[in-house]
Design a protein around this ligand. Sequence first.
Ligand SMILES: [Zn+2]
Length: 370
Amino acid sequence: MHEKDNLKYPWDDHPAPGNTVEVAPGVRWLSMPMPGSLSHINLYLLEDKAGWWVVDTGLALPDVTELWHQIFSQELGNRPVIGVICTHMHPDHIGQAAMITDYFKCPLYMTRAEYYQARAFAGGGASHHSSWLGQQFYERAGMPSDYLEQLARMWSQRSSEGMSMPDMPSGYQRLTNGQVLTIGRNDWQIVVGSGHSPEHACLYSAALKVMISGDQILPIITSNVSVHPTEPEANPLKDWMDSHDRFLSTPSDTLVLPAHNLPFYGVRERLRGLIGHHDDRMLAIEEACVEPHVAKDLLPVLFARELDPRQMMMALGEAIAHVHLLMYRNRIERILHEDGRYRFLSIDPDLPRRAHPGTHDAPSDGPVMV
Ligand SMILES: [Zn+2]
């Protein structure tokens, strides 16, 4: 057990590739490799009478498929996988869903919005970036005119790293908020959050005091919360903050099993920390916007380092998510100028009282691609 930033971590390391570790009765933890700074995703196995349930699946890369077959033959006690649950539609979570459900002929469980969004983006559905909507979105944010070409090159690179959207199973079983799955001796309640993805499912067992949190609650890195050209007026940070308020009722002695970093205790401390983090980022943006700013020029307020085109897309999406929530709270006004760019201006007369420039959290090293 080690402790950092008010969180307690019962394990110091990830399970070795191809191995599993029991983290609660009938709950096993494994990790799959990922390229880049994330390096891994955590996946979980739940033991049922007739076999195992898999929660999240890893990227669609040959190495990961091979490790799964090692798990199937060595870690499941000669019993099959009988259900696959994907918390949400990102490629590191759904990449092996088709492989596992085909291999065992078992159902895929997801929420409806996550399943259909995954289907929509599969097979090159991300090419919306080359539409006039994408063009207009990035122009208005102050990006250079060749940014879409930079993005197109990025997407073709991404697919070779296993980060493109995989083909999905052709059908699924729907998960809904509050639904209970009985797996072995345990009831798992589906708790839906939003903001990082549209209808993200977490699994909570009151008897075990365990929550499998996917990317909804992570202990160290902050999940990406972005506005994208597919829904340019979206307000995902509002969904994210509202979700955090609801998740604050999770009992404080819950063991959280996240998709990245290590399992931890301290769910309420972490959620309060994240709420404070986003409030601080929004206040720093308000302080910058006493002079009108385009979205692109807000990036140094949020992020410390140079960003490549792909990180730029996530960073810009996050900056816009923060100004959209500020607009919703009547603290920022958006004006479309003749040059085709949005300028953001702080309008809250109370800002001078709330402002404390120079004492904010340092810009983060991110964004992290989760
Ligand atoms: Zn994710």
